[in-house]
Design a protein around this ligand. Structure first.
Ligand code: GAL
Length: 422
């Protein structure tokens, strides 16, 4: 009996050490995979993820980071695949979901575990803005770990191209913008670069904000908001005018943004992940110099308002490697993780206690604006509209690109709001 008891105890000890085969002399470590789902594969985007992944690897020798990223800016392909994986109850261990309405959709669908105990353990409520925690909570339960704050309403421009077109500095209003687009056209360059369809929705959100103003824009997301107003018509007319100056649509946001730093195009309205791409050293980024190869301003008519979004990581119910997912969330939540990720991603940290000296150049501007601006939420990047609503808006914009019919676009937006904003 005693012999059996001893060997059972020995077996238990061995099993407990099973993940750490190196220490028990078992050769190659039997690392357990942690599947991390995002869409950060492209130039610029992948750099931040890589930096956080290195920290994860150092801190978690028992886990192997498995990059389940699906290519395509703004997660257009990724979000569709994720939704079918979740429907089939085959979640990754953790996935990137935008704070706000998009995440609320996953929560209401019963797809996520609450992270309250992790928040307590890491004292996260003390270091995250309450406004942000509210966006990822339902009935006192918190459902994700925000890793950053991105800004959507940025006008990127090429200083030499605009100078050659006789433009003196970035346009502050929509009217000035249209005048400047015309000047660039006359000078023979692409006035405005665009990428795939989602980048056009991204452009539209900035034009809505710039035309309507912050309060009226924010009102659009309140239940029963009026999308049929004359002000919205005016905003959509502006959108049509601005879009008429767009170059040939590029495959995604990177080639469109690159046309600006290459001096082919004057302007591009894109989120500040473009900064990571422009500024990071090659091969990930383009190694460009700010104020020389590119410059930035608030998108026209939006100065003083930060149109925000936040990338956040989740713990899906039924995650195959739950412990591994929690280990990833701990890195994403940490000061070290956020300070490694964000300077390369072109975003500022969600945590309020990050090392500010790491955020220079564009990023110090963004930090400053975040601390004082009014806030508006991004449409395309999941803050104000849930996924169904966002897709309906995307479809409407896709049809508009062909028809150029403002009345039809507005009707489609009215009906998208009616069916999704109850
Ligand atoms: C956003 C995402 C950003 C960035 C961007 C372009 O939706 O929040 O982190 O990746 O798409 O792909």
């Amino acid at each position: 009996m005693a012999a059996v008891a001893v060997s059972t105890a020995a077996l238990l000890t061995l099993t407990a050490c099973g993940g750490d085969a190196k220490e028990s002399g078992g050769g190659e470590a039997a690392q357990k995979k942690v599947e991390v789902f995002s869409w950060w594969t492209g130039p610029g985007e992948a750099d931040g993820l890589k930096a956080m992944r290195e920290i994860f690897a150092k801190q978690n020798p028992n886990f192997e980071f498995f990059d389940a990223a699906v290519a395509g800016g703004s997660g257009d392909q990724a979000r569709a695949l994720l939704s079918s994986k979740l429907q089939a109850n085959q979640p990754p261990d953790t996935f990137q979901g935008h704070a706000g309405a998009e995440l609320q959709g996953y929560i209401k669908g019963g797809k996520l575990e609450s992270l309250n105990s992790l928040y307590d353990e890491l004292k996260l409520k003390d270091v995250l803005p309450q406004q942000l925690v509210d966006q990822i909570s339902v009935e006192g339960q918190i459902y994700s770990v925000p890793v950053n704050i991105h800004r959507s309403n940025v006008l990127w421009y090429n200083p030499s191209v605009i100078k050659d077109a006789g433009i003196d500095g970035a346009p502050a209003t929509i009217d000035e913008f249209v005048t400047d687009l015309e000047k660039v056209k006359k000078a023979g360059k692409i006035p405005l670069s665009i990428g795939s369809q989602w980048t056009v929705v991204h452009l539209m959100e900035s034009v809505l904000l710039g035309t309507l103003g912050t309060d009226a824009y924010n009102q659009l997301w309140a239940p029963n908001a009026d999308w049929s107003s004359a002000e919205v018509t005016k905003a959509l007319e502006n959108f049509k005018t601005i879009l008429s100056y767009a170059g040939t649509p590029q495959d995604d946001w990177q080639p469109a943004a690159k046309q600006v730093v290459d001096g082919e195009a004057a302007f591009n309205i894109m989120g500040d992940w473009a900064y990571g791409y422009f500024h990071n050293p090659p091969d990930g980024g383009l190694g460009k110099e700010s104020h020389k190869d590119f410059d930035w301003a608030a998108s026209p008519g939006t100065d003083g308002t930060f149109m925000w979004l936040s990338d956040s990581f989740t713990l899906p119910k039924g995650a195959p490697n739950r412990d591994g997912a929690i280990a990833w969330l701990k890195v994403a939540a940490s000061k070290e993780g956020q300070d490694a990720f964000n300077p390369l991603k072109g975003s500022i940290p969600a945590r309020t206690d990050a090392d500010k000296s790491l955020y220079q150049d564009y990023l110090s501007w963004s930090l400053e604006e975040w601390s004082k601006d009014k806030l508006a939420g991004s449409i395309q990047h999941g803050v104000v509209a849930n996924d169904a609503w966002r897709s309906a808006i995307n479809d409407a914009v896709g049809l508009f690109q062909q028809s150029q019919d403002v009345a039809k676009l507005q009707e489609a937006l009215v009906s998208a709001a009616q069916s999704n904003n109850q």
